[in-house]
Design a protein around this ligand. Structure first.
Ligand SMILES: CC(C)(COP(=O)(O)OP(=O)(O)OC[C@H]1O[C@@H](n2cnc3c(N)ncnc32)[C@H](O)[C@@H]1OP(=O)(O)O)[C@@H](O)C(=O)NCCC(=O)NCCS
Length: 164
């Protein structure tokens, strides 16, 4: 099995990720609010400050940088939850079980690092790989909903289920 490592994000990763994820197929599967490169750099710098509400890692397979996994909306005080997203920008690595492994590792890390009880995720109902990798790493579907005419799914992983 390939060696999967989650490493700290650097400014160089932010630039590569921004360029590589400028891709119609990725944007269709995962409509993140992209903004400019300088917006992405600003968000990255914010994420390094103490008390930041987001935290990310970069995914390496056999020494190759292939994508990012991150959480946002971290709330340790009231809702005790955070939201998770993952993008493998190098499509040659899709469908090989890497997303599932990366999510598992990352969720474990986040539960150790933050005082939260659950992780939440959204995806489109026709994004089978995303749903498969979420379910494969322990997330449970809580509901389907329609947003802008598209059916989306909301998933949760609770801290106790993650450790099973
Ligand atoms: C979503 C993403 C991270 C998933 O990672 P991945 O490595 O491609 O997915 P995995 O190989 O881990 O697939 C997980 C499961 O999905 C299912 N799956 C994989 N490919 C599939 C396909 N083509 N059709 C249907 N199901 C599929 C399988 O059940 C698999 O589980 P298994 O290994 O137990 O059989 C990756 O495809 C990606 O970056 N896509 C673009 C961005 C995106 O959609 N992000 C999601 C935001 S939440």
């Amino acid at each position: 099995m390939e060696e999967l490592l989650l490493k700290p994000r650097t400014l160089e990763h932010v630039k590569i990720f921004w360029e590589k994820s400028q891709d119609e197929e990725i944007e269709r599967l995962f409509p993140f609010n992209r903004g400019t490169l300088s917006d992405a750099i600003k968000l990255y710098e914010e994420s390094l400050k103490p008390g930041a509400r987001s935290f990310g890692k970069v995914i390496y397979i056999d020494g190759v940088y292939i994508g990012d996994v991150w959480c946002y909306g971290i709330d340790e005080n009231d809702d005790k939850r955070a939201f998770v997203s993952i993008v493998i920008f190098d499509k040659t690595y899709w469908g090989k079980g890497i997303g599932k492994r990366a999510l598992k590792q990352f969720c474990q890390l986040v539960f150790e690092r933050y005082a939260i009880n659950k992780l939440c995720a959204f995806t489109y109902i026709d994004n089978k790989r995303s749903i498969g990798s979420l379910e494969g790493s322990g997330f449970k579907k809580m509901e389907d909903f329609i947003e802008d005419g598209v059916v989306s799914c909301y998933f949760e992983l609770s801290a106790c289920e993650e450790s099973l």
